[in-house]
Design a protein around this ligand. Structure first.
Ligand code: HEM
Length: 212
């Protein structure tokens, strides 16, 4: 009897971990008007996602990504599927007064090459550099569904929570003006549970148009 109860207890706590532990929170951006679900890491880097109210599971719906980074950080990256390899990576760094966004996918634990399966459009409003931070805001098509029949298709369910991951390095990238630049390995990586329903925007298309 005691063993049976112990097993029940273990199952209950696992379910709690899967559903209860959301690490993101709601952030309404006063500048762009998007409602984001955001995660801020221990370095003060904010990773934000906005999605349309029309988004469906297993559909390659457009998303908006916003990443705000303390100016001293060399590069910061968001892994949409929560791991380094085989998922879209959104990498950002600063180049003088410009912010560079680079689409990558890693196929091993080495510098991830450019990835054209995710197509970004940088939005003018919400993309800037100031004395303390650099920030990019961009639409992405291909960030919510990826893979192929060999590796398997993965999609972000807009009605659920999903694991995302970040990486950053203090060192600047090799050639900041080139979005295909090489860069050195991260100083820190981390994973979190991101809540996607919080990221839903009823006026998604109009808000994209307003900030383009
Ligand atoms: C120069 C580029 C990079 C190198 C050489 C590199 C190398 C590595 C290595 C050696 C590990 C440890 C693997 C292990 O302990 O099993 C790792 C883990 C990881 N890396 Fe990178 N990495 C690079 C860029 C990136 C980028 C751009 C991201 C984007 C977010 C990233 C995200 C991660 C994550 C999340 C992990 C933890 C393991 C996982 O969840 O997959 N890495 N990386």
């Amino acid at each position: 009897m005691r063993g049976f109860l112990a097993v029940l207890g273990a199952v209950a706590s696992l379910a709690g971990a899967a559903l209860g532990q959301v690490d993101s929170s709601k952030y309404v951006d006063p500048e762009t008007g998007f409602t984001f679900s955001q995660y801020v890491n221990e370095k003060g880097i904010a990773f934000r996602v906005a999605i349309p109210a029309t988004a469906k599971a297993n559909d390659n719906y457009e998303a908006v990504v916003q990443i705000a980074v303390p100016i001293a950080v060399g590069w910061a990256g968001l892994a949409w599927g929560g791991s380094m390899t085989y998922n879209p990576l959104t990498i950002v760094w600063v180049n003088g007064k410009d912010v560079v966004l680079s689409s990558r996918m890693a196929y091993g634990y080495y510098v991830p090459p450019a990835y054209d399966g995710a197509v970004y459009t940088v939005l003018k409003t919400g993309t800037h550099v100031n004395a303390t931070h650099y920030q990019v805001t961009a639409t992405c098509v291909g960030c919510t569904l990826w893979g192929d029949t060999d590796t398997g298709i993965t999609a972000i369910d807009p009605t659920a929570q999903g694991t995302m991951a970040f990486a950053y390095a203090a060192a600047p990238v090799t050639t900041p003006s080139n979005n295909a630049s090489s860069f050195s390995i991260h100083d820190l990586i981390g994973h979190w549970i991101h809540d996607f329903p919080t990221a839903v925007n009823a006026n998604f298309n109009a808000t994209v148009a307003k900030n383009a």
